[in-house]
Design a protein around this ligand. Structure first.
Ligand code: SF4
Length: 231
């Protein structure tokens, strides 16, 4: 596993659980608004060994409930199955964050009961995927959505809404893509440290605008929430 970082305790990244967050190195998307651009290069810096992470998790098992595996894109790690097996063996619940580009890996993890929760990014309506993320294989995205919807485990889909990229109508297209989902998260774009310079000073949506986006998605899913200050 190429591990680029660890957040030792989080109260917000795994619904209802106190968790640690493991950041994997490398992503196959190139979202201009990405606020972790240093995690994109596949050959980027690895800061922590798998052994160190497992040793930390073993020591903290009485104080933490879950482990969030995020990136970058965790499913690019060929030994992800093996790593999660070890994390589960210690006694943790595992949440995977993914961009949905590896449905085979997702299926393997679910078939082996290695995941307790999945959060998948939806970059925009299918016709805007290439423009927003540089990734064009929308059939693969649809396959991952279907796998998650049929998984029977806790899940959410989420979109970072960026005024430069998304309009209100996109919210309906996105809602339709994930129809029936347990939870949808509307995340606001946060300017600052981004992959593409042009996003550094871009504006965000206002709270009333985010509420309107939420209202458009609501008919398609079981619950929607707005996270105003995250990206
Ligand atoms: S925001 Fe896009 S580029 Fe950044 S880690 Fe997520 S999927 Fe990859």
């Amino acid at each position: 596993m190429k591990i680029a970082g660890l957040v030792k305790t989080s109260l917000i990244d795994y619904p209802d659980l106190v968790s640690a967050i493991v950041f994997t190195q490398g992503c196959n998307f190139a979202c201009g608004f990405c606020h972790n651009p240093e995690l994109i290069p596949i050959k980027g810096e690895v800061s922590t060994s798998e052994e160190e992470i497992l040793s930390f998790l073993t020591k903290r098992v009485t104080r933490l409930d879950g482990v969030v595996i995020t990136g970058g894109e965790p499913t690019l790690q060929p030994d992800l199955v093996n790593f999660i097996q070890k994390v589960k063996k210690i006694g943790y619940k595992v949440k995977l964050d993914t961009n949905g580009s590896n449905p085979e890996m997702l299926k393997s993890l679910l078939d082996e009961n290695l995941l307790d929760y999945v959060a998948m990014d939806i970059k925009g309506p299918l016709e805007k995927y290439r423009q927003i993320s540089g990734y064009a294989s929308t059939k693969i995205i649809q396959t991952s959505i279907k796998i998650i919807l049929e998984s029977g485990i806790g899940h959410e889909f989420r979109t970072t809404f960026v005024p430069k990229l998304h309009c209100l109508e996109d919210a309906e297209g996105i809602g339709e893509m994930v129809s029936g989902a347990a939870l949808f998260t509307v995340q606001n774009f946060r300017p600052g440290h981004t992959l593409k310079k042009e996003f550094e000073n871009e504006g965000s949506f206002s709270l009333p605008e985010l509420e309107r986006i939420k209202d458009r998605i609501k008919p398609f899913v079981q619950a929607v929430r707005v996270l105003e200050n995250l990206s």
